[in-house]
Ligand binder design. Structure first.
Ligand code: PLP
Length: 476
């Protein structure tokens, strides 16, 4: 931890470049479709022209048919591609092999289960183009497995893992000219499973749709690979015990929009959630898992039903252990977060994102802060109390802080500390303060050594730059 200071609100920021924010019917004139139906897809049978089953091309090494878009400016927004995959089944039935259709709107009954009762799940994975033009998928069977677990929780039938992987392959190959060149991004793959049949009374839908669409993407956060700034949420919850936090239910994401939007309006990249029972233990960020590094030991919140079991999380744990790191899956308190040397997030979309700062005890007052070097007695501890909930959120040993850092406090607050100290001398145990904004910065705005190492190892594997001894990649 590099420093602690009271934090004032910043200007609003948006995540996506405007050119990629609303592109449902996006086919800009600059986007030259070199072949509307490239020769290499001639054996892909399309549902729009034929109801025959789609087959997968056997090779995709030809990069000459890449679409002509500005690959350097990809953000994380929808760029519609050529084809989507679709298949349906009835409640209690099994999905049959699906078909490719031109990407476009789908028809849904106004009384479908997904629209009325949120009976829906999604997945997210990526395809990378290698230098030799071939395409790599990363652990797609894990997404297939997670979709099955989610479907079970949401009372939906799901494709088998094999069907899932085959459908992903078929969709990627049909859209291969949208897989960015090496180093320019990836093709984000979005499988959806939803109750598409009509229901009126609350019940599982009678029919289900499994659909996959894709979009080329660049970095998820507007910061790119630069450290992101998170704020600890102390009002809204993402998940509760017994709920659906551990699966990718669509409703989990609608419910975080309010906190996320408010945070982004204040200039934060995203929100970090605490457990809903004690409001003290870290859970995860809106769409990624979190890791904390302290004295070379890596910790991440244990999966206990309220956290999504991220595939990147699982991979990073294995990669870090293979590099000799101790990795603990455990409870992590806010205090430990604030004492960390490094913090980073993981996810398919965010990859490994270093955290530059954490702000906690969010409020909306603009505070004037002053910096004072600490020269107080060594036995003194400073406890910060969240005034609203009377919740102990952190205890800093001033003894440790004096060695390396200074503490920025609001002038008035600092005066209280000084008054308290002069009254009580240096044998005092605790001072209780009300903090409105407190921001902890990590790594002097640079990328932490551990985050950097794990980012490089993960992306080298995903992009096929290092040998995959784990059998995690699937080459198309
Ligand atoms: C809530 C949440 N947590 C964590 C993750 C990271 O999961 P994965 O690494 O499988 O992408 C995601 C990604 O979708 C997510 O939505």
């Amino acid at each position: 931890m590099a420093g602690i200071h009271l934090y004032s609100s910043r200007t609003a920021a948006t995540l996506l470049p405007t050119s990629f924010t609303d592109q449902r019917n996006f086919f800009p004139s600059s986007l030259k479709l070199q072949n509307q139906f490239p020769l290499s897809y001639s054996h892909v049978h399309l549902a729009s022209t034929s109801r025959r089953e789609a087959t997968v091309p056997s090779t995709c090494r030809d990069t000459s048919e890449l679409v002509d878009i500005s690959w350097d400016n990809l953000g994380f927004g929808l760029v519609p591609t050529d084809y989507m995959y679709i298949t349906k089944c009835s409640q209690g039935g099994n999905f049959s092999k699906g078909e490719l259709q031109r990407f476009g709107n789908i028809e849904l009954s106004p009384s479908s289960g997904v629209l009325n009762y949120g009976q829906g799940l999604f997945e997210g994975l990526k395809a990378y183009r290698k230098q030799d033009g071939s395409i790599l998928l990363f652990r797609p069977e894990e997404n297939g497995l997670r979709m099955r677990m989610g479907a079970e929780r949401m009372c939906m039938p799901s494709p088998t893992v094999d069907q899932f992987v085959e459908a992903v392959k078929m969709t990627v190959l049909a859209n291969k000219r949208w897989v960015p060149p090496p180093g320019k991004g990836s093709l984000y793959i979005r499988p959806l499973l939803m109750g598409s049949g009509s229901v009126l009374g609350l019940a599982p839908a009678p029919e289900y749709t499994f659909l996959i669409y894709v979009s080329p993407v660049g970095n998820y956060f507007k910061e790119g690979l630069a450290p992101i700034n998170l704020v600890v949420e102390n009002e809204f919850q993402r998940a509760t015990p017994g709920g659906t936090g551990a699966v990718k239910a669509i409703g989990n994401y609608a419910s975080v929009l309010k906190a996320q939007t408010a945070a982004q309006a204040k200039g934060y990249s995203d929100v970090l959630y605490l457990d809903s029972v004690h409001k003290r233990y870290l859970e995860e960020v809106s769409s990624c898992n979190v890791f904390v590094v302290k004295d070379k030991i890596i910790s991440t919140p244990a999966i206990k039903g309220t956290i999504l079991p991220g595939i990147t999380r699982k991979t990073i744990i294995d990669v870090a252990r293979s590099q000799g790191f101790q990795v603990d899956e455990c409870y992590i308190t806010v205090e430990e977060l604030l004492e960390a040397d490094e913090v980073f997030c993981t996810g398919t979309a965010v990859v490994v994102s270093p955290v530059g700062s954490i702000t906690y005890l969010g409020g909306d007052k603009e505070l004037q802060s002053i910096s004072v070097s600490l020269t107080l007695g060594t036995t003194l501890e400073l406890a910060c109390i969240l005034s609203a909930a009377n919740l102990l959120v952190c205890i800093y040993k001033l003894k440790d802080l004096t060695k390396q850092r200074c503490l920025s406090l609001q002038q008035e607050t600092w005066r209280k500390v000084l008054d308290f100290c002069s009254c009580n001398g240096s044998g005092v145990d605790h001072i209780h303060l009300n903090f409105h904004f407190c921001r902890v910065a990590y790594g002097d705005n640079g990328i932490g050594v551990v985050s950097q190492q794990l980012y490089s190892m993960l992306t080298s594997l995903q992009m096929g730059l290092t040998e995959d001894k784990m059998g995690w990649t699937l080459e198309l």
